[in-house]
Write a protein that binds this ligand. Structure first.
Ligand SMILES: Nc1ncnc2c1ncn2[C@@H]1O[C@H](COP(=O)(O)OP(=O)(O)OP(=O)(O)O)[C@@H](O)[C@H]1O
Ligand SMILES: [Mg+2]
Length: 305
């Protein structure tokens, strides 16, 4: 949003015929609009400023880098997500509550919106965020927090305010992925960020992902409406992944117990990769899927760790 100061600045710059000042205010505006995801408007402002060749490139670079929110429209279904019954039930509860938030409001209650995901690598945490957005027909906004921390060190709270204004005005699923990475960069930022989450009363869903929730103080954990722990796949989940990924390729394919046992060393994501690899290997000779070959791909992957 344009501020009073900026309007005054624009008029003053116009009166003084100070082109440089005029452009720098327009570019600052474009940068702010990019942060709150008014990307089209931001681009328009940039183009207008750019139409004058004297625009300092340094300012333009700054704007390009300031795209800290990326918008996605995922199409993944809940049925594609292979997780424990507990996680499945919690996701269903979240979707159900969100779809009925008006009813909850009528009784002065709010639906679950602020969720923390914790767990092992490759167990489907990021994927789950897209499934939730897709199931609710909401855009998925991925917030690049590390960029934000690095770029705006020192003016943190105004940038966070812009970001949370956007969460309030543009309904969606806001994903703050890999919390651990930016936590290391700036601890004060994390404290300020968690306070903003606590004070958020928007209609958006906020998902925070971390590999280790101990990074968040116990007192801040109560800010979240639910904490989902993503484990390595169980034997049933492993069997399910092979079935869902390979049966469309070969209808009668059933993973052997040895294959399931050995696959326990891999994450969901790695088993999905094994399936992709074996399909590619099998397509060319036009042969049947080989359990032995899948097993060796699994062992190959497991030996990488
Ligand atoms: N539980 C799952 N069910 C179905 N597919 C999965 C699951 N987990 C992972 N995948 C597949 O693996 C890909 C990578 O998983 P994803 O990026 O969600 O893992 P992650 O938990 O976010 O890992 P990291 O901690 O490394 O970020 C997904 O896009 C999906 O194709
Ligand atoms: Mg991830």
């Amino acid at each position: 949003m344009i501020s009073e100061e900026q309007i005054k600045g624009l008029i003053q710059a116009h009166n003084d015929k100070n082109e440089e000042k005029f452009k720098s205010i327009v570019l600052k505006l474009a940068e702010d609009e990019a942060i709150v995801d008014q990307l089209a408007f931001s681009q328009e402002l940039k183009n207008l400023a750019e139409s004058n060749r004297k625009t300092p490139t340094v300012l333009l670079n700054q704007i390009q880098k300031s795209h800290i929110i990326t918008k996605y429209e995922p199409e993944d279904n809940l049925s594609d997500l292979i997780v424990s019954t507990d996680i499945h039930d919690r996701i269903r509860r979240l979707l159900n509550e969100y779809r009925n938030s008006q009813k909850f409001k009528a009784y002065g209650r709010s639906s679950r919106r602020k969720i923390l995901f914790e767990g092992n690598k490759g167990t489907g945490k990021t994927y789950t965020a897209s499934v939730i957005a897709s199931e609710l027909n909401l855009p998925l906004y991925v917030v690049q927090m590390d960029k934000m921390v690095l770029k705006y060190m020192g003016e943190t709270s105004s940038k966070l305010r812009n970001l949370f204004n956007s969460i309030n005005t543009s309904k969606g699923v806001y994903l703050f992925d890999e919390l651990d990475r930016f936590f290391i960069i700036d601890k004060n930022f994390l404290t300020a960020f968690l306070q903003f989450i606590e004070q958020d009363f928007s209609n958006s869903i906020i998902i925070i992902i971390t590999n280790n929730k101990n990074l968040i103080a116990n007192s801040s954990l109560k800010t979240f409406d639910d904490v989902l722990y993503f484990n390595m796949p169980s034997q049933e989940e492993i069997e399910h992944i092979y079935k869902s990924k390979l049966s469309h390729f070969q209808e009668d394919f059933v993973a052997s117990s040895q294959l399931i046992f050995q696959s326990q060393r891999l994450s969901h994501s790695e088993i999905v990769k094994v399936c992709d690899e074996i399909i590619k290997e099998t397509i060319l000779p036009g042969s049947k899927l080989s359990q032995a070959r899948i097993l060796s791909l699994v062992k190959e992957k497991a030996s990488l760790f």
